[in-house]
Design a protein around this ligand. Structure first.
Ligand code: NAD
Ligand code: GLY
Length: 362
């Protein structure tokens, strides 16, 4: 087992990465302030792993209240959140009762927001079971639900007490979900880690094939990158915004198509291609760099062509984004592979050129 620390002074917490961690009740129980927990998961995960985790907790002397919600991005909303509050209240869950998220980013984000707000804040633990959640969403304390008008628009910064990433759970994940996780992994290379990007170019097929050693390294290196950024800028006042490379376009794709039509990682992949092409149109990235980015994403099984909503609709969708400041949309672009920056100064022609080159034409 590897342990990566998220250094947030008195709120520092560990990310445990390893195989067969779900059955280690003591690993989990040591972080609980009370021998009680609500275990929140979705219908798919309930059939696969709920018994293992609940059994391990029970064996460690913890009383467990299981709460099962429907699976999928379309359920990351106020209605589902309210059903979680109903179950917590019905189960008389208290201020020291931890909420444990067992699932992908949808479960993690929604459970985290429930933990941030139930009784004005209760302890929270993440057990991410998708590749995307193990490398990104479970780390760093961003929690949220979607609004029909925009992705993740309602939420809170709320850090977990621990993250337990059992790499064994990835064996049951659909191939498309593995690819979605690879999008966020490739993102770390693009924004700040050239050696990692080079390593990914050499190992992408091994990752798609779920080679255990390759996955373990990619998860660890991604968590190290994310932990460093979060420790430096927990509330996204600077560097953390770079983690949104491809997300301004990606969120527009997710909202524009309807939540759940494309996976988040797929939308981010197509979004990173558009961001790369905007960077090229502004004279920063070379055509060869853009081709390298497109190639590695394609080899990861990800879409590199975006839906054709038209420039006006993209601008409208992107206008509802948490990075908008003073009414201006802000974009993450690339000076070069491994060097990202945030800017509101993007000439319309660069956006137009990049979108025209990146959308699927009927
Ligand atoms: P997801 O949570 O929808 O999970 C994908 C699907 O896989 C679900 O149907 C789930 O039931 C199933 N599943 C999960 N683990 C499984 C396993 N081990 N075996 C079999 N099936 C399994 O999708 P996701 O990609 O994990 O998360 C996407 C969400 O994460 C988006 O809502 C996105 O906005 C959010 N996100 C948040 C952050 C953050 O910093 N908080 C970062 C990135 C993404
Ligand atoms: N996934 C973006 C962030 O955590 O900041």
């Amino acid at each position: 087992m590897q342990t990566v620390k998220v250094a947030l002074a008195e709120r520092e917490y560990p990310i445990y990465i390893g195989d067969e961690l779900l059955g280690h009740g003591d690993l989990l129980a040591q972080h609980l302030p009370q021998k009680r927990a609500a275990l929140i998961t979705d219908t798919t995960l309930a059939a696969l792993y709920l018994d293992t985790v609940a059994g391990a907790l029970t064996a460690a002397g913890v009383r467990v209240t299981p709460i099962v919600i429907p699976a999928g991005e379309q359920h990351k909303n106020w209605h589902t959140l309210n059903s979680v509050f109903d179950a917590l209240l019905a189960g008389r869950c208290e201020r020291k009762t931890a909420l444990i998220a067992l699932g992908g980013g949808v479960i993690g984000d929604l459970t985290g927001f429930a933990a941030a707000t139930y009784l004005r804040g209760v302890p929270f633990i993440q057990i991410p079971t998708t590749l995307l959640a193990q490398v990104d969403s479970s780390v760093g304390g961003k929690t949220a639900i979607n609004h029909p008008r925009g992705k993740n628009m309602i939420g809170a910064f709320y850090q977990p007490l621990a993250v337990i990433a059992d790499t064994g759970t990835l064996s049951t994940l659909a191939g498309r979900e593995v690819s979605a996780g690879l999008a966020e992994i490739i993102k770390y290379g693009l924004i700040r880690d050239v050696p990692f990007f080079n390593w990914l170019e050499n190992n992408i097929e091994a990752l798609v094939a779920r080679d255990a050693a390759a996955l373990a390294y990619a998860i660890q290196r991604s968590c190290e990158n994310k932990a460093e950024i979060v420790a430096a800028d927990e509330r996204e006042e600077g560097e953390r915004a770079l983690l949104n490379l491809g997300h301004t376009f990606g969120h527009a794709i997710e909202t524009g198509l309807g939540y759940g039509a494309w996976l988040h990682g797929e939308a981010v992949a197509a979004g990173m291609v558009i961001a790369a092409r905007v960077s090229q149109a502004m004279g920063m990235l070379t055509a060869a760099d853009v081709a390298r980015i497109v190639a590695v994403l394609e080899r990861a099984g990800l879409p590199v062509t975006a839906p054709d909503f038209g420039l006006e609709r993209y601008m409208q969708l992107m206008g509802i984004d948490k990075k908008v400041e003073g009414g201006k949309i802000r974009f993450i672009l690339l000076h070069a592979i491994g060097s990202a920056f945030l800017t509101a100064d993007v000439p319309p022609h660069a956006l137009e050129t990049a979108l025209a080159a990146s959308v699927a034409h009927a």
